[in-house]
Design a protein around this ligand. Sequence first.
Ligand code: MOS
Length: 727
Amino acid sequence: MTAHFRQDKPDTRNLLDTFGQGVIGKPMARPDGLAKVTGTVPYAAEYYFVDCLKGFLVTAPFTAGRVKAIDKTGALAMDGVVAVIDDPRMTVRPAQGTSGEAPEQGPAEVAYHGQPIAVVVAESFEQARHAARCLGINYEALDPAGLPLDPAAVPTEPGRGSMQAGDLAHAMKKATHSVDLAFTTEGHASAAMEPHAAIAEWDGKTLTVHASLQMPNYNIAELADALDLAEDDVRIVARYVGGGFGSKLGLSQETLAACLAAMETSRPVRVVMARRQVFETVIRRSETHQRLRLAADAESRLIGFGHEARVSNLPGESFAEPVLQSSAFLYGGENRLLQLEIARVHRMTAGSVRAPGEAVGIPTLEVAMDCLAETIRIDPVELRLRNIPEKDPGKGLPFTAHGLAECLTRGAAAFGWDSTLRSPRRRLDGEWSIGTGMASAARVHNVAEAKARVTLTPDGTALVQSDMTDIGTGTYAILAQIAGEMLGLAPEKVLVELGDTAFPRGPGSGGSWGAASIGSAVSVACEDIRRTLAECAGCDPDGLTLRDGLVDGPSPRSFAEILGREPLSVVGHYEPGAIADDYTASSFGAFFSEVRVNRHTGETRVSRMLGAFAFGRVLNARTARSQCIGGMTWSIGAALTEALLFDPVDGHLVNCDLAEYHVPVHRDVPDLDVLMLEERDPAASAIQAKGVGELAMCGGPGAIANAIYNACGARLLDFPMTPDRVL
Ligand code: MOS
């Protein structure tokens, strides 16, 4: 049985507040947490098959050109080697789960250094790796001197998201105050803790793949299409995913390689990417070049707003880092220019990485706002408060719940923000200069179609099933809470099973839409179960009270008394409807940070950081807070250390591991303060929740940059702000 709900208007039933269980929102620990940290849950590569072969990917040792032939005879004669597969289907670039078709590509065409071109399959991992290194590859490499490698120096194509209104140049001229600034941000890696891995089994008709993927609901179609199989003959299992950051939205080569190898050898095949291969092969966040122009009148109100960005991708790829996405509505200004351009270069595919767009678009905007506040001589918090628009200034649409002003004021109070006039280099502590800075945060809210099956059993337990994933975000916990709340069960009585395409299609984990979308599907199913229970119990659904596994009333009755011995099973189907065209929906926030900059070394230490966030209903105070802490930690990385560095001669990625690509470690992260506002957003999803995971890294780097300026007077416009740049 299916219950369908299409959301065309705000859902003001406020349904999750009416059950009185107090389970939703509680800081419940993840039911999977202990098993994960003690290493007892299996990740993709950790399923054991007695006769499992191991595959090792072979990657192109040149930037662009063509593989003419691979001499397999030598490798096949080596100990343990079973197959060498150079099927062009696995050499295609990783697809992007959110951006449509992968481009057509001829067999064995190589477009970036490190692109997989073959997989060697052997009895042991070591045999496969050794043979992969000995493989004779006959190739024709193009001279890198003639290739487009530098995104700043090649012609561009127009990208999506551009808009123009009024006359920005004129507004800049007649403005009382204005700033015109050029920024750069470096590329970011999407490498997750769990490397890309897959084990495929083929029985001659059906393919079963244990893989580390964010969106099995979508990946099953990609895989079936690539292998020319029916979706019914493919099953993807991804019960636990050790981080994604966008790199596992689409299929990548380890999964295709494992499948092709299993189909060729008729044995299970495991392929795990080496860490270097993860860096060289899976998607990157594009570097950006940006120009910000802000024009304000005598009342410090924006009359002109210009944000232009240049990003890069491989030739033929459709994705362009959506840098301007939230700039389109964060602040007012009637004369507007937003313009995105794409340069075509031979670096690995650029795709959706950790808050695509805002992660690099908001920090630059927020540094420009800080410069403007300094020019005007106004408190930067006040400048932002004055420029929050009533409606989306580009589209003219109303906003769903809009929490920016409250985040700014409550965040400032909680941080102890000093709103008296600021000037740099005021506080010293020995060789350290101390400063504070702030920034706004915004991240568009997305919600996706989702299905989940909820089964209520007469013994007073429930089962929730979907192919939705938990990529470390807490999906197992929040779904137990939603079903528990609505069915009157303790969350421990709700078993959640995820990450298996044998279950109904979820929304996948991406773009921070997971919790709101799959949570809505579970709520639709639970609502239908409640209706049936009310019918059977002979009461009005609105008057139905479920508590401790009993139907409340003058004489409480068990589910068994009402349902008999049959479990009650419903697939909830949530679909976002016309509402998406009627509103602009976004999560908002504000960051406040204090840094210490060393006068002699240029080293920056974040000593305090507070984030205030408004993202609709908080489903679990603990996992939501953890998402905020994770995002704020990433924003320290984006501000100070993270950068993909490419060799200017042949374009290969130089820093290919976590020793050379610097993400913040414990020593770099102070105690982070998180303030989560109580907000309900009935236009955002059926459960009044919005996305949070990515919000907490959108703007944070701007707050740190502004604090660096306040500390030492260095107004830097290039991220990350490494010591050499600060000095
Ligand atoms: Mo996210 S970058 O859509 O996984």
